[in-house]
Write a protein that binds this ligand. Structure first.
Ligand SMILES: NC(=O)c1ccc[n+]([C@@H]2O[C@H](COP(=O)([O-])OP(=O)(O)OC[C@H]3O[C@@H](n4cnc5c(N)ncnc54)[C@H](O)[C@@H]3O)[C@@H](O)[C@H]2O)c1
Ligand SMILES: [Zn+2]
Length: 351
C-alpha cells in the first residue's frame, strides 16, 4: 500500500490503494485513537459505502453513529453545519473521539469545519470518495461552509489525522464527477508540475493510483511550506477566484470542478492577452480542459464575475489577487485594482 506523508505542523499520512475501506477502522484507530466515531456522509455515499465503513469501525472496537445529509453543494451551509454539531452532542462525542468524513469535497469541508469547531477541535479522519476529494480537498486542512454571500466564507484551517484514498470507490463515481476531479488535476499540473501536465495527454484511468499519488505530493509539498495560506499556497487557487463566481452565480448548478475549468481558461486567456504567458501555454490549458470533457466558457456576464471576485476571500481592500500562468507548470500571483481586474476578466472572456 502506498502513502504520502504531509509535513504540516501536525504531520499526517495519506494512504492510497485498494480495499482501504474495509481496513478503515484499524487505520483510523492507529492515527486517532478514541472510543466513539461519528461518520459524516451524504445520502448517495451512505447508500454505497456507509455500511462497510461502519462495519470496519465496529470491528475495530469503535462505538459508531452516523450523520447523513442530502448530497450536493447546496447542503454545505450553516443549517447542515448546525445540525451536524447537534449530532455530535447527541452522540456525546468527547475530545478524544473522532469524526470520520466519508464522501466528496462537500462532506470533507463540512465535517472538517464541524470537527475544527466542536469542543474547539476533535480528531478528524478523511475518506475521500470522489477523484476531486482524493487529489485535492481531503489534503491540506482547508475546511469551510458557504454563506449566502459566497463560497467557503466561514471556515478554519484544520488538518485531518489520517486520509484514506480507496481507489475502488471510484468505480461507482459518475463520469461527470470524475471530470470535476480532472479539473483540479489540470490545475496542479498547469500551476506547479509540467511533468504531471504532460501525463494528462494520455487517459489517466489506467494509471489512476500514480496520478492520485503525484497530485497529493504536489499539493502536500505546497501545504507543508505554507500551511496557513499566506503566500505560496495561493498558487493552488489558479482558476478559483473566477470559478467561485461562476459557482455562486449559477446557484451551484455548475459544479466546482467545471467552474474552476472555466476559470482557468479565462485566466490563461487573459494572461496571454496581457503578455504574461505565450499562446501555446493558453492553448495547452484550453486543450487539456476540453480533452477531459470540461466546459471552457460561461453564459454569465463579465460584470457578474467581477462582482463575485469582489467577495472573494483573497480581496484586500480595493485589490484582488489572481493566479495566472507564466508557462505550463508555473503560475504566479498578480494583484489588480478592482477596475483593472474587471478589464482583465473582460479580456479573458472575449473569444
Ligand atoms: N478544502 C479544499 O481544499 C477544497 C479543494 C477543492 C474543492 N473543495 C470543495 O469540494 C467541493 C466539491 O467536491 P466534490 O466535487 O467531491 O463534490 P461532492 O462532494 O458534492 O460529490 C459529488 C457527487 O458525487 C457523489 N459521490 C461521491 N462519491 C461517490 C462515489 N464513490 N460513487 C458515486 N457517487 C459518489 C456525491 O454524493 C455527490 O453527489 C466543493 O464544495 C469545493 O468547494 C475543497
Ligand atoms: Zn478547487
Amino acid at each position: 500500500m502506498r502513502f504520502v506523508d504531509v509535513r504540516t505542523s501536525k504531520p499526517y499520512r495519506v494512504w492510497i490503494g485498494r480495499g482501504l475501506l474495509t481496513q478503515a477502522g484499524d487505520r483510523i484507530g492507529e492515527a486517532c485513537g478514541g472510543e466513539s466515531a461519528l461518520i459524516v456522509t451524504d445520502d448517495i455515499v451512505n447508500g454505497l459505502y456507509g455500511d462497510s465503513l461502519e462495519q470496519s469501525l465496529l470491528q475495530s472496537g469503535y462505538a459508531t453513529s452516523r450523520f447523513v445529509f442530502p448530497h450536493g453543494e447546496q447542503s454545505k451551509n450553516t443549517d447542515t453545519y448546525v445540525s451536524l454539531l447537534g449530532a455530535l452532542t447527541e452522540a456525546n462525542l468527547s475530545r478524544s473521539d473522532v469524526v470520520v468524513a466519508l464522501g466528496g469535497g462537500v462532506v470533507g469541508d463540512l465535517a472538517g469545519f464541524a470537527a475544527a469547531t466542536y469542543l474547539r477541535g476533535i480528531a478528524f479522519a478523511q475518506i475521500p470518495t470522489t477523484l476531486l476529494a482524493m487529489v485535492d480537498s481531503s489534503v491540506g486542512g482547508k475546511t469551510a461552509i458557504d454563506l449566502p454571500a459566497g463560497k467557503n466564507l466561514a471556515g478554519a484551517f484544520y488538518q485531518p489525522k489520517v486520509v484514506l484514498c480507496d481507489c475502488d470507490v471510484l468505480e461507482t463515481l459518475p463520469e461527470d464527477a470524475f471530470q470535476d476531479g480532472c479539473a483540479e488535476i489540470i490545475k496542479h499540473g498547469a500551476a506547479l508540475d509540467a511533468e504531471l501536465f504532460a501525463l494528462l495527454n494520455e487517459p489517466i484511468q489506467p494509471r489512476i493510483e500514480d496520478i492520485i499519488e503525484r497530485n497529493i505530493r504536489v499539493k502536500g509539498d505546497i501545504v507543508a511550506l505554507d500551511e496557513w495560506d499566506t503566500g505560496l499556497r495561493q498558487i493552488l487557487n489558479f482558476g478559483h477566484t473566477i470559478g467561485h463566481g461562476i459557482e455562486a452565480h449559477s446557484a451551484y448548478s455548475i459544479s466546482h470542478g467545471k467552474a474552476v475549468a472555466i476559470g482557468m481558461v479565462i485566466a490563461s486567456r487573459g494572461a496571454y492577452r496581457i503578455g504574461l504567458c505565450d499562446e501555446q501555454c493558453h492553448q495547452g490549458i484550453l486543450q487539456a480542459v476540453m480533452r477531459y470533457g470540461l466546459p471552457t466558457e460561461t453564459a454569465l456576464t463579465p460584470e457578474m464575475l467581477i462582482q463575485a471576485a469582489f467577495y472573494d476571500k483573497k480581496r484586500q481592500g480595493q485589490r484582488i489577487t489572481l493566479i495566472l500562468p507564466e508557462k505550463i507548470g508555473k503560475c504566479v500571483t498578480r494583484s489588480f485594482h478592482v477596475d483593472e481586474c474587471a478589464t482583465f476578466i473582460r479580456l479573458g472572456m472575449q473569444s
